[in-house]
Ligand binder design. Sequence first.
Ligand SMILES: [Zn+2]
Ligand SMILES: [Zn+2]
Length: 258
Amino acid sequence: MRLFDSHCHLDDEKFDDDRDQLIKSLPAQNLAYCLTVGSDLASSRHSLDLAQKYSFIFAGAGVHPHEAAKASADYLEELEILLDQNKVVALGEIGLDYYYDFSPRDLQRKLLEEQLDLAYQKKLPVILHVREAHGDMIDILRMRVGSLPQGVLHCFSGSAQSALEYVKLGFHISFAGPITFKNAGKLLLAAQAVPLERLLIETDSPYLAPVPDRGKRNDPSKVKYVCQKLASLRSMETEKIAEITFTNAINLFRIAAS
Ligand SMILES: [Zn+2]
Ligand SMILES: [Zn+2]
């Protein structure tokens, strides 16, 4: 079995004490590839450093909606330099978060639009973070049909109906630990509705550890629990879901299979 964790934060300070040891332990646990994702310029640079150090790690670079208010006037030029580096395979994470509202919503939308333009120009897929903002996100993406980058809705938390709207727009949908939680509710319907060729899996580690490790520090090895849950929801073998999501991820992020 080979697993692709399509979204983690290996630069996070929760890994400071044992980062290299942890990363080195992953290939033996069936982790074929990990995509470690930046949330501002500094964490994007750190993610790139890790990708340059380990062959099975790739990086995303972008400015998260939480960080929108702190972005410098020239952030787009800095970001473009990062996107041109070898092993940076996606622009992200970017998006809208109306749950926390850490940055004003108009500023979140401005940075999202600017980074969508850049991704389209660079022909890179985007990693979208959307929390309680699916209406606005779908409107923004629909306006761009014809000049829309490819991408993924990461740690998807919406309804089956909105998942299928994104699929119609050409996007992939990635599921994380919350599908294993007791209160997953309608999220399970979304996990069953997404066409197999658009499914991805992720940990979003160090956050959101899946059951049976809920509450502990998460890491990419735990993506197997997300894979198992998806397999049982869709009455399929875990190995089959692993292979499908692996293939979808290497195609979306244009990574050569090892
Ligand atoms: Zn996110
Ligand atoms: Zn994330």
